[in-house]
Design a binder for this molecule. Sequence first.
Ligand SMILES: *Cc1c(COP(=O)(O)O)cnc(C)c1O
Length: 815
Amino acid sequence: MNYTIQQIADITDTEVIGDKYLSIKNIAFDSRIIYSTKHTAFVAINTKKNSGEKFIESAIDRGINVIISEHHYPQFENVTWIIVKNSIEFLQKLAQFHFEHSKIQSIGITGSNGKTILKEWLYQCLWNEFPTVKSPKSFNSQIGLPLSLLQINSAHQLGIFEVGISMPDEMQRLENIFHPQIGLLTHIGTAHAANFTSEEDLIDEKLKLFKDSEVIIFNGDNQIVFNKINSLYSGKKLISYGFDEANDVRIKNNNSKNENVVVQYLGEEIIFPVHQRDEATLINALALITVLKQLKISNEKIVDKINSLKAVEMRLEAIEGIKNNIIINDSFNLDLDSLKTSLQFLNEYKKAKKSLVLTDIIGVNANSKELYGEVSELVNDQNFDTVFLIGEKITQFKYLFKSKTFTFIDAQELIDNKHLTEIENQIILLKGARKFQIEKLKDLLELRKHDTVLEVNLNAILHNINYHKSLLKPTTKMMAMVKANAYGLGSYEISEFLQHHHIDYLGVAYADEGVELRKKGITTPIVVMNPEQHSYDAIIQYNLEPEIYSLRVLELFYDSVQKSGFDKKYPIHIKLETGMHRLGFKEYELDQLIQSLVHKNLTIQSVFSHLSSSDIPDEKEFTMKQLKIFEKNSSYLIEKLNNRPFRHILNSSGITNYTDYQYDLVRIGIGMLGESSDFEIQKQLQSTVSFKTVISQISLVENGESVGYSRKYKTDHLTKIATIPVGYADGIPRLIGNEVGNVGIHKTLVPIVGNICMDMMMINVDSVSNVKEGDTVTVFNSKPSLKEFAGYCKTITYEVLTSISPRVKRIYIKD
Ligand SMILES: *Cc1c(COP(=O)(O)O)cnc(C)c1O
């Protein structure tokens, strides 16, 4: 978009205070991810749950000087204000105008599953055919869709937008602002159906998106959908796809022995190779083909494009680098959109200095000068210390980059040059098109090189948190337990990510864990569950909040507070004993506790307890008793206090099994990592941790030979044995050797044979064809799952995770 403030005010019928002639090209809504302040307005979005107005100050601090808000805050000077009645309606009105006055061809995707993947696939297939704009991430809501539409600019010819709804009437409102020419309806499942009286109501609402569409492409396997679309929209061009025979587009031949799949597309057949044949992939491929055909892409190109889809992995990884650098590796693909995403990702880190390695953008028809002009603008906004440009094209525009800039023909020339390895204490973004192979630079800059890694998927953590939140009232706060190095995953990395996503509280076991987080810049309130006497001074110095569980601890801690000269009320948390018999005040101690608190300059921030068996269905009666004692004793205590502390008792399984007892806050731990003891809940969660390694060597062991220490395994035929570099020193219990435990290769489980060594073990890979040295081996993730692996070890998932040795490198993944 590109409007003056006056134009925006005219379009949306709003009031301006300040400079009416500034022009606005971007709207930011999250003050933490503003990647450019030039021509950018910050909109403070007010929802039922949250007010964006509390972030106005931080947006202004970042250099924004145009604020769109429901209220005017005159204390901020030199700022232009657009004062709106309702922030969401404002966005929708502006987006509607903008969309209706754009000349793009538009694709609107809705449905329950597969929207985001289809949007990303379509974009990957189409961006070098037409200048294309798409919704970022899964921006599909009442707020996300308008923000996505506002990204359309005059150069775009095609727009791909995702539209999601969860409530009645929402589609109607979205259709008012966005009426796609090509409508794509993916699978409709029962997600969100809860808010509708019936599945039919949900379908009716979704179909409203296509009121003005010319073509509707839809998954016709659902009979209700099939019938409804055919009766409601009989005047439009309709194309159904799916597994059923009745569909216009379907799989004709899916013989798994044959590499190719034959697709029947109306009257013709299209043959393309597939590597993955799961239903979801195939059905998405059908939808993709149908849309591409609509856009008149030739069959030959379609096959090519589908082939190269596989090759594109869309992910960023953050790795510890040499010389205290952080390396952000995004060497999988490069276009303007993904460059923006990486720059945003970069902003989430607090390293003061940063450098960039950037290559040519491949395969775009745009005018180079314009393209690299835009690239340099994005880059210049970031104040990089050094910029390294690689490639024939981009290096011609060196003069556009304001930082210290060096140019190279290819990655090798940069490696040979000493500059890169001299960088210290910075964050280095590697961003390049695949063909430049800048992952070679990653190998150069990476600190520890191990084949064995623990990969932590941060998106999955967010998904799991949001799933648990969806069960709770919007006002219930959440504390994330990051004790014991965040269950072994990395306390700082997890806390930093959670802080970024506005977690209300963090919980650690010991003071030093909290101190470490504070030293690295975590400012979220932190509760210390087990404050040891020697650490009271550190607790006070680093503004940590102790759990107080006995009169002895109360007196001793208060002593330290007074000695420290702290002159305000110090926040503490009172732990009540309700049946776990670990730590806490017992019922008979309450009066004494109240007596003792009366004259102390302390704030009782919260009163809480802990359930011993919230994951054990058979212990429901006991748990209810704990909850009852908590209700009674906490009420008694609170009545006698002069402030109103918040209350909490639920851990992860408490959240899912005893949701009614959420009080003011819940404490999530293992649930955030995707584990639940309840099978139904487990299905809703995503696996966050992947422990993997690679095969060091494969040996053909003759019949009758032995493998490993003490000759515990003897072959009874010629056997293929693989050695993998992970052993009991990495946290794999020795007791799962000798065919007790399995690991996964190519999605097949294979047994661990012989005794596990300190740093290695051997596995029998006879059952896996095509296995070779260097292949990935999964210790746990999906096959075997963490739970299955814990089963081999005869323990619980918690112990497995916290036992993984620190020498195993942790890698953090974000999409
Ligand atoms: C560890 C811990 C939790 C989290 O337990 P999960 O079962 O992992 O959800 C909650 N509360 C307290 C006091 C804890 O120590």
